[in-house]
Write a protein that binds this ligand. Structure first.
Ligand code: BTN
Length: 255
């Protein structure tokens, strides 16, 4: 698959595989074998696509995007977790640019259109005695897709094909690199808080914070520069929710 890339580094090494178990897993293997910073691996379909929290990512053939980016950043592991939010912003920009659609972000990193998820991001990291060895940002975008497995059909959706898969990938890598370079200067999300909160689903409203089955209702006020979600309880007391095992839902459904 030929890309019209407008990046400096990200995607200079670009690998396309029609079939793979998981682009994240294959890129981990390539990273262990010495693949360079900025290597991008995309696939036509995945036989064992991975989602967050041990879930699977249904990855059939079609126009969907399954793509992983290998980074070798000079960051602390805690800082690298913010790259997922950078990825979400880059995907949102590329969808806007190539299809015209304005996605919302469901904190921390699901992209939603009309209340349904169209993209998920799985960031994985390998660390050693000297800190981070590599980070892989894996991005799955449903493109032109109408059939979903029964368990996710109520909350999954798809973007339009727009200018096509290659154009979406090229735009995504361009926006990712632009934001990544800026992020490395700050090592926090300060320059992105405003644009992120403009896209944040549920901001200014009540949301459910779910942790291991237990749910509490809080008002969402958007992210801080570390990527935590700032919420207040009914007495106005502020809390910061850190991404991890917690999930945030709307009061009446997924968003
Ligand atoms: C989520 O659970 O929302 C994250 C889904 C991430 C899916 C992408 S598809 C490309 C990359 N390879 C994988 O196996 N997973 C990620």
């Amino acid at each position: 698959m030929k890309l019209d890339l407008k990046t400096k580094t990200i995607g200079n090494a670009y690998l396309w595989m029609e079939e793979i178990d998981s682009t994240n897993e294959e890129l981990k293997r390539q990273a262990a074998a010495g693949a360079v910073h900025g290597t991008v691996l995309a696939a036509g379909y995945q036989t064992n696509g991975k989602g967050r929290r041990g879930r699977t990512w249904d990855s059939p053939k079609g126009d969907n995007i399954y793509l992983s980016i290998l980074l070798r950043p000079d960051l602390q592991p805690a800082e690298a977790s913010m790259l997922t939010l950078i990825g979400a912003l880059a995907v949102a920009d590329s969808i806007k640019e190539t299809t015209g659609a304005d996605c919302q972000i469901k904190w921390p990193n699901d992209l939603v259109l009309a209340g349904k998820k169209v993209c998920g991001i799985l960031t994985e990291m390998s660390t050693g005695a000297d800190g981070i060895q590599y980070v892989i940002v894996g991005i799955g975008i449903n493109v032109n897709r109408s059939i979903f497995p029964e368990d996710i059909a109520h909350m999954a959706s798809s973007i339009e094909k727009g200018q096509g898969r290659e154009a979406i990938i090229a735009s995504l890598l361009f926006h990712f690199e632009e934001k990544y370079d800026k992020f490395l200067k700050y090592k926090n999300l300060a320059p992105f808080v405003e644009e992120y909160n403009e896209r944040l689903a549920g901001i200014g409203r009540q949301v459910q914070i779910l942790s291991g089955g237990e749910g509490v209702i809080r008002t969402s006020h958007g992210i801080d520069e570390g990527g935590a979600l700032i919420v207040t309880d009914e007495e106005g007391k502020e809390e910061k929710i850190i991404s991890g095992e917690v999930s945030v839902r709307g009061l009446y459904g997924y968003v």
